[in-house]
Design a protein around this ligand. Structure first.
Ligand SMILES: [Ca+2]
Ligand SMILES: [Ca+2]
Ligand SMILES: [Ca+2]
Length: 472
């Protein structure tokens, strides 16, 4: 009864105390939303396209359900288009009054490209778990971030808590790339696409050309370098860059991937998970921290392809990254580093990285000399006299011993990871100077005597000083 009377007092006081424009700043969206509603609360929801179009919606809350950019079959060029500063959050049940009450894993909020609603959906979840679920008419880009037309897209533009699925980029020109999300930071001077992309799943997107899930276009003087945090890429497909393609041609495309898993992606040709392309004085040099790359298949670069075509750079920095069980039919089951033009620099830096069980060759380099320290590389010989110089510069602390990884599964933290065995080579053998504060799951580093190599820090079984396990 006390609660009820307080609620009434607040409900009566609010309209007097706060102008309507403030109430409209957070706009509410449901699958039953309508452009005629205010969006001010869950009882008057907007549809998603209307909320994106309203400049008064500086923050958008989206309730669980499946959203498509259009329901007109054949209108494949229509996307959820974002060209301004706005923070968009999914994962709401549709009753919350505070943002941190949401839960994207319980209240799955899907942005789908299946505009004619005919994709394989046996499980009824509205998500393409694989690109092979796609049929009929699908959006060329499910989400289109335009940082070149009105204003640059900055880190203040947030997309957080969604599953992005069933895009099929099979149109002409740029409509053949970036089926899940196209990040446009190219063209006019000052253009940029550097959004914050968090708690996302990119599943079952397909591009005829490049970037099955994501295409970061930082060409022609631009910059397309998003931050990806807690993101899962799986079941995506393209000719180049099965999950992601970073185009830094006469520009920059160097995203940050922090706590990301890429698994089960495919490329017909290069970069089954990620293709980094630097050329014409541009660069594609992403930073990967606490990243798991597993079971991706392509022709060359089963995990990453780092390529430079002419006078540019493709020199990613990998720290505590696990690249395991990927496959390339030609070369570089884990990584291929390929410098093919004059003035090119392809010098990836690997610290605390696991490269194990990739076919064929863990890492293959042409005119490129990676710097490798405190990493586990199968067949490398380890640091010292037995080091295989084809792998690059031995910065010390490298090992050639089995990390005894478990299967890809949820080991906590929400993303699938590969847990190192407690008796394996990863435990406590990382470089303390390169050790991130947390692991991919959000567990504090280091645990035990030192930082572990790879994306996951193992919490040792607690042993009492007498040597006996503690009681349960
Ligand atoms: Ca499904
Ligand atoms: Ca379809
Ligand atoms: Ca440790």
């Amino acid at each position: 009864m006390i609660r009820h009377s307080m609620y009434c007092a607040i409900a009566l006081a609010l309209p007097l105390a706060m102008p309507a424009t403030v109430l409209a700043d957070t706009c509410h969206v449901t699958t039953a939303g309508d452009s005629g509603n205010s969006g001010a609360d869950w009882s008057a929801p907007l549809d998603l396209q209307s909320a994106l179009a309203l400049s008064t919606c500086s923050e958008i809350w989206v309730a669980a359900g499946v959203y498509t950019p259009t329901t007109i079959p054949g209108a494949t060029n229509v996307s959820f288009r974002i060209d301004r500063e706005v923070a968009i959050y999914g994962g709401f049940a549709g009753t919350e009054t505070a943002r941190d009450e949401r839960d994207p894993r319980s209240h799955v909020t899907v942005l789908s490209g299946d505009i004619d609603n005919d994709d394989v959906n046996d499980d009824g979840n509205g998500i393409a778990e694989s690109y092979s679920d796609i049929t009929g008419s699908n959006s060329n880009h499910v989400v289109y971030l335009d940082g070149a037309t009105l204003q640059p897209i900055t880190a203040a533009t947030v997309l957080d808590g969604f599953t992005i699925t069933a895009g099929y980029a099979d149109g002409g020109a740029q409509y053949d790339s970036g089926a899940g999300l196209y990040c446009l930071g190219t063209g006019t001077a000052g253009a940029g696409c550097t959004p914050t992309l968090a708690q996302l799943v990119f599943s079952g997107n397909r591009a005829v050309s490049s970037g099955g899930a994501v295409f970061n276009d930082g060409s022609a003087g631009g910059n397309a370098s998003p931050t990806f945090r807690n993101v899962d890429f799986h079941g995506n497909f393209a000719s180049h860059g099965g999950a992601m393609y970073n185009l830094g041609e006469a520009g920059n495309s160097s995203p940050l991937l922090d706590s990301v898993t890429l698994h089960g992606n495919r490329a017909n040709f290069n970069g089954a998970a990620i293709y980094n392309y630097g050329a014409s004085s541009g660069q594609a040099s992403p930073t990967l921290v606490n990243v798991t790359i597993n079971d991706n298949h392509g022709q060359s670069g089963g995990g990453l392809l780092n390529y430079c075509g002419s006078s540019g750079a493709s020199s990613p920095t990998l720290t505590n990254v696990t690249i395991v069980g990927n496959f390339a039919t030609v070369a570089g089951g884990g990584l291929r580093n390929w410098s093919s033009g004059a003035g090119c620099v392809v010098t990836p830096t690997l610290h605390n990285v696991i490269l194990w069980g990739n076919m064929h060759l863990q890492m293959y380099s042409e005119n490129a000399v990676p710097v490798v320290g405190h990493s586990i590389i199968q067949g490398s010989g380890g640091s010292g006299g037995a080091w295989d110089a084809n792998l690059g510069t031995d910065a010390g602390g490298n090992l050639d011993a089995d990390p005894l990884l478990g299967p890809l599964q949820d080991n906590g933290g929400g993303l699938p990871t590969l847990l190192p065995g407690e008796l394996g080579s990863a435990i406590d053998n990382g470089d303390a100077n390169a050790c991130p504060a947390l692991d991919q799951r959000g567990i504090a580093r280091p645990q035990g005597a030192g930082c572990d190599i790879g994306a996951v820090e193992v919490v040792p079984d607690r042993i009492f000083s007498d040597g006996f396990d503690e009681l349960p």
